[in-house]
Ligand binder design. Structure first.
Ligand SMILES: Cc1ncc(COP(=O)(O)O)c(C=O)c1O
Length: 424
């Protein structure tokens, strides 16, 4: 876990309500198209740096071909780039070999792949699947499917409004548990879970650990070997890359033992009229024509992150998130969810404004050029367990700055004036 080196006092000293430092935004053409845009919705999807847009455009302009299928130069080049992409992802997340990286459409597809293959082939009636309540629907619904098809029991580990697991919740992981699934960073509360501890606890009971790193990759350093994660998933579009490309990391031994997910072209070894032998991993899990421009964009996104430096990105995001929590907590009409002030959190803050529905607030802020997310954030079981109908969420990235938090706070006062709670 990376935390800010700045103490609260130091960071507060550096902050200014007139801070219009646009550091980081010059790389992002969206801010040229929309100079007044305050984009606080990175957690939903990130804006794309010019480097990513250019790399994809260059590939489509100069090198487009169908990988793995042709003998001509364009096909060979597409194959080369696709294979380099796999190696680059493996190095980026600390996988021990490129074959442990499977390209998917997104984190959701990666989780479904695990559920339909590993889940359905290993989980049996009477087994238990334990899921953190902080999980996104993408990391809940597939396990509901596995439980209902196999007769296994699905259990949840509950948290406080600050995102801490309630006492005894980890004890739900027992020798009956076959699989434990959880997010690294909650997209709703911003809490950073102790995933090393959860993985160790799962392994102590012979269960596999599935880490949803959709809100962690691009924000925190990732080393799947050091974590000893069995599976880890993420989406390219939340880490400055394009939509349509995601990653499933799986330990080689697990992937080797798993049956295919989707079937068809390019995932086969040999096809007879009535039967098929399948390709080795990872191709076994990548049926159909591959999303090469997506991989090219993802490579450029990883280059961008490496160029910026993950520590620098993380420190900047932490600084903005801490400042946001501080400013919002000072407002008596705002309730902030997630880790308390001064505690580590992911690059987001969820909050509620008394008397104003989150959707109304999001629309009013949008009129001022401020983009936030409002709703249940695809975490309905979490919201229900905490008694929250909906919340607003501001999320941050390298292209944000503290002045935008001040604009958000001013936007909240503006909304209260519209609703008649404040005057003047
Ligand atoms: C924690 C988490 N997991 C999974 C997802 C699903 O990502 P995708 O829609 O890219 O598959 C999201 C998206 O918001 C998320 O925040």
């Amino acid at each position: 876990m990376v935390s800010s080196n700045l103490t609260d006092t130091q960071s507060h000293d550096r902050l200014s309500t007139t801070d219009r430092d646009r550091t980081g935004q010059t790389d992002f053409p969206i801010f040229t198209s929309h100079p007044e845009l305050i984009y606080l919705d990175h957690a939903a999807t990130s804006q794309k740096p010019k480097q990513v847009i250019d790399a994809m455009s260059r590939y489509l302009t100069e090198s487009n071909g169908s990988p793995h299928r042709g003998a001509h130069k364009l096909s060979v080049e597409a194959t080369r780039l696709y294979d380099i992409g796999r190696k680059k992802v493996a190095a980026f997340i600390g996988a021990s070999r490129p074959e442990e990286v499977v390209f998917t459409k997104n984190a959701t597809e990666a989780l479904n792949l695990i559920a339909y293959t590993y889940g359905l082939s290993t989980v049996k009636a009477g087994d238990e699947i334990v899921v953190a309540i902080t999980s996104h629907h993408s990391n809940i619904v597939p396990w509901q499917m596995v439980a209902s098809r196999t007769g296994a029991t699905l259990k949840f580990m509950y948290v406080s409004p600050e995102g801490d697991f309630l006492p005894g919740e980890w004890d739900k992981i027992t020798d009956q548990t076959k699989l434990v699934a959880f997010p690294w960073v909650s997209n709703s509360l911003g809490v950073i879970h102790d995933i090393s501890g959860l993985i160790a606890k799962a392994h102590a009971h012979g269960a596999v650990a599935v880490v949803d790193a959709a809100q962690a990759v691009g924000h925190l350093p990732v080393d799947v070997c050091a974590l000893d994660a069995d599976f880890l998933v993420f989406s390219g579009h939340k880490m400055y890359g394009p939509t349509g490309i995601g990653v499933l990391y799986g330990k080689h031994a697990h992937l080797e033992a798993m049956p295919p997910f989707l079937t068809g072209g390019d995932m086969i070894e040999y096809v007879e009229e009535q039967s098929t032998t399948f390709a080795a991993v990872p191709e076994r899990f990548e049926a159909g024509t591959q999303h090469v421009e997506g991989v090219v964009g993802l490579m450029a996104a990883m280059d961008f992150i490496e160029h910026m430096g993950i520590t620098r990105i993380s420190e900047k995001e932490q600084r903005i998130a801490r400042y946001a929590v501080k400013r919002l907590s000072e407002l008596p009409f705002v309730r902030v969810y997630g880790p308390r002030e001064g505690h580590d959190r992911g690059a987001l803050v969820a909050f509620e404004v008394e008397g104003i529905h989150p959707h109304d607030l999001a629309s009013i802020l949008d009129d001022r050029g401020i983009a936030i997310r409002a709703g249940h954030h695809c975490t309905q079981p979490l919201m229900k367990s905490l008694g929250i109908m909906a919340s607003c969420r501001a999320s941050f990235s390298i292209y944000n700055h503290v002045g935008e938090v001040d604009a958000l706070v001013e936007g909240l006062h503006h909304a209260r004036r519209i609703f008649g709670y404040e005057h003047g």
